[in-house]
Design a protein around this ligand. Structure first.
Ligand code: PHE
Length: 463
């Protein structure tokens, strides 16, 4: 996106706020009675997390074409103005301000990365423009204020899921952590993982740090190696994680890596290569889930985008947009406060990634999946974890009853490829073969064979 000089920006903001407060009384903020309803989108369309933005954009575009095809909202079509923040927090804030002040958007979709959502959210909150983050999982995001919502689970759950999977399925007793200190998501997830892992009787033998964009992780990895962990938790984003995986093998460690949703990108394996095989990460959904809701979405997405499979970003963004449109339909008018109220009342919205009901903190309570990276970068479904107190019905209307523990017993399920495409050409590391994963610990054995040990195996939801 183009930069707007700060001084000029201030004037624009002031003018817009002045004009908004007048409009609010008439309930016409961001939508004139005749024209299209304008929604703003902020994402990293370029930069080291480009697939986050481009995948999300595809999910949003699909949702928009569907809502418009079905007659729009309150008899108006929906238009989305998407701005690229290049993966930079300050740019995300600038983009949000610009969409609010100059484009008078009705609502905002974005960001994916928690840090960037945290930069956007105060702008949305101050202007009373509802913001829905598709996939920012850090707890603080929605705490910014009552206009900030999300369509995904939060990291206290995601961190718990991987700690449990590591302890119970991979039999990890000693874990190490390598976190990105410039990333709120990474810092938060490292903390939750560590707390849960210890509570479950495990030991954190080393915790090391890096800063996003670093390319040499050997010093930290050597320290980690010396602490002799059974597994390494790396709650980072895919570009860094790919490099870390390769260097983990280069310093001679063969232990499995574990991570979170930030791994999800077709680029991950292109960068990390075979070094990632046998590693696990938590995510929002699995394209292999036979639930009709998921398979219908996968089919529609593939048809719209030349056979590409939707990654979790695409699915989450599709759900975030769908949830916003649903609220706009129910809202008494299209003012910020009316849409906010309708969003807060969201109940059992049937998302691809699960049923979405807002809790009082504007966070949905949803299941998570664990995926294993298999040969060639395929994601194998390894388990599904249902949050406590939520019936095992979403998103698949699958087997009812007890929550499903991770540990799929149906053998690996192959996917055709991981994710939605990255439209932006970028640098690519050439994958090189990594040393074979050894089998000197039960964690490694589990990683190698894919056989969860000693835990009631979870069923992949059936049709
Ligand atoms: N959950 C990550 C964050 O909050 C973003 C993310 C979501 C990345 C889903 C990839 C897939 O920063």
């Amino acid at each position: 996106m183009s930069r707007i000089p700060a001084r000029l920006l201030l004037c624009i903001v002031a003018a817009a706020i002045g004009c908004k407060s007048k409009e609010q009384g008439s309930g016409m903020v961001g939508a004139n009675a005749q024209g299209a309803i304008v929604v703003g989108e902020v994402g990293s369309m370029t930069g080291t997390e480009a697939t986050f933005g481009t995948s999300s954009d595809r999910g949003i575009q699909l949702a928009v074409s569907e809502v418009n095809g079905a007659g729009g909202i309150k008899n108006r079509q929906v238009t989305v103005i998407a701005l690229d923040d290049e993966g930079k927090p300050e740019e995300a804030a600038t983009a949000a301000t610009r969409l609010i002040a100059s484009e008078h958007v009705t609502a905002l979709l974005g960001e994916v990365a928690s840090t960037r959502s945290l930069f956007m959210a105060p702008k949305a909150q101050a202007a009373k423009v509802p913001m829905v983050s598709p996939s920012s999982t850090n707890e603080k995001v929605t705490q910014v204020g009552d206009y900030i919502f999300r369509a995904c689970f939060i990291d206290p759950f995601q961190g718990y899921v991987m700690a449990k999977f590591g302890r119970e399925n991979l039999k990890v007793a000693r874990a190490a952590i390598l976190k990105d200190v410039r990333n709120d998501y990474s810092v938060g997830l490292a903390k939750v993982f560590s707390e849960n892992f210890r509570k479950m009787g495990g030991q954190i033998v080393d915790e090391e740090s890096y800063s996003s964009g670093d390319v040499d992780f050997k010093a930290q990895l050597t320290n980690i190696k010396n602490a002799t962990p059974d597994a390494l938790y790396v709650p980072g984003y895919y570009t860094d994680v790919g490099l870390i995986a390769r260097q983990t093998r280069e310093v001679g460690m063969t232990i499995p890596l574990m991570g979170g949703d930030g791994w999800d990108s077709e680029r991950l394996y292109e960068i990390g290569g075979a070094a990632l095989e046998g590693s696990y990460f938590s995510n929002h959904y699995s394209v292999d889930d036979p639930s009709p809701r998921i398979q219908e979405f996968v089919a529609k997405f593939k048809k719209a985008y030349g056979g590409q499979l939707p990654d979790s970003l695409a699915a989450q963004a599709y759900d975030a947009a769908g949830m916003l449109f649903d609220a706009m339909k129910r809202a008494k008018d299209l003012s910020g406060p009316a849409i906010r109220d309708a969003l807060a009342e969201t109940k059992s919205y049937k998302g691809v990634t699960g049923d979405i009901s807002m809790d009082q903190n504007r966070n949905p309570v949803k299941p998570a999946v664990v995926l294993k990276i298999a040969k060639g970068g395929k994601y194998d479904f390894a388990g599904r974890v249902q949050p406590e107190g939520i019936a095992e019905t979403s998103p698949s209307e699958g087997p009812k009853g007890a929550p499903v523990a991770p540990g799929g017993n149906q053998g690996p399920k192959k996917t055709e490829g991981n994710t939605a495409p990255n439209a932006v050409p970028g640098r690519l590391a050439t994958p090189t073969p990594a040393p074979e994963v050894g089998s000197t610990s039960s964690a490694q054995a589990a990683a190698t064979t894919g056989q969860p040990q000693g835990v009631p195996a979870g069923e992949h939801p059936k049709k």
